[in-house]
Design a protein around this ligand. Structure first.
Ligand SMILES: NC(=O)c1ccc[n+]([C@@H]2O[C@H](COP(=O)([O-])OP(=O)(O)OC[C@H]3O[C@@H](n4cnc5c(N)ncnc54)[C@H](OP(=O)(O)O)[C@@H]3O)[C@@H](O)[C@H]2O)c1
Length: 142
C-alpha cells in the first residue's frame, strides 16, 4: 500500500509530522541527499510513495548570508526542484513548506499566502526560488 513519504525526518517539522502521520514512511539526509538529482529520482521510484512532503531545508539563516549561500540554494532550490520532478514522474502530489522569510516583514497586518513576496536575505531568496522551481516542475491538481 503506497504511503506518504516525509523527507527531512530528523528536522523539527519532519519529526513532528512523522509522529502525527503514523502511517507515513520517512527518510533522513543519510539515506537521501535531495541535492543529488539522480539519487532523488531513484529513491522515489524505488519507494513508490503516494505523496511526498518536503520537510528538508537549509535553515541556518545567518550562515546562508555568506559561506552557506551555495549550500542554501542547493538544498532549498535544487533540492525542492529534484523532489518535485520526481513527484511529477510518479504523478503524485508534492507538498512543500514555505516560510515567513519569503516576505520582507514590512506589513503591519498578518500575511496570507497570496501576498507579494519580497525576501530580504539569502535564506528567504533561496526558499522562494525553491517554491518557484517546484511549482514550475510539478503542480499536481487534486
Ligand atoms: N521551524 C520553524 O520555525 C519554521 C518556520 C517557518 C517555516 N519553516 C519551514 O519548515 C521546513 C522545515 O523546517 P525545520 O525547522 O524542521 O528545519 P530543520 O529542523 O533545520 O530540519 C531540516 C532538515 O532538513 C535536512 N536536510 C538538510 N539538507 C538536506 C539534504 N541535502 N538532503 C536531505 N535532507 C536535508 C536536515 O538534515 P540533518 O538533520 O542531517 O541536518 C534536517 O533534518 C523548512 O522548509 C522551513 O523553511 C520552519
Amino acid at each position: 500500500m503506497p504511503k506518504t513519504l516525509i523527507v527531512g525526518v530528523n528536522g523539527q517539522l519532519g519529526r513532528e509530522l512523522h509522529n502525527l502521520l503514523r502511517d507515513s514512511i520517512a527518510v533522513s539526509r543519510d539515506a537521501l541527499d535531495i541535492t543529488n538529482e539522480n539519487a532523488t529520482l531513484e529513491y522515489i521510484k524505488a519507494n513508490q510513495p503516494s505523496s511526498i512532503v518536503n520537510c528538508a531545508a537549509y535553515t541556518n539563516v545567518d550562515f546562508a548570508e555568506n559561506a552557506g549561500k551555495e549550500a542554501a540554494y542547493a538544498v532549498n532550490e535544487s533540492g525542492a526542484r529534484n523532489l518535485a520532478n520526481a513527484a511529477k514522474v510518479l504523478d503524485i502530489p508534492f507538498i512543500h513548506i514555505s516560510t515567513d522569510f519569503v516576505f520582507n516583514g514590512d506589513r503591519s497586518t498578518p500575511y496570507s499566502e497570496d501576498n507579494e513576496t519580497s525576501p530580504i536575505n539569502v535564506y528567504g531568496k533561496s526558499k522562494l526560488a525553491g517554491e518557484i522551481a517546484a511549482l514550475k516542475a510539478h503542480k499536481k491538481q487534486s
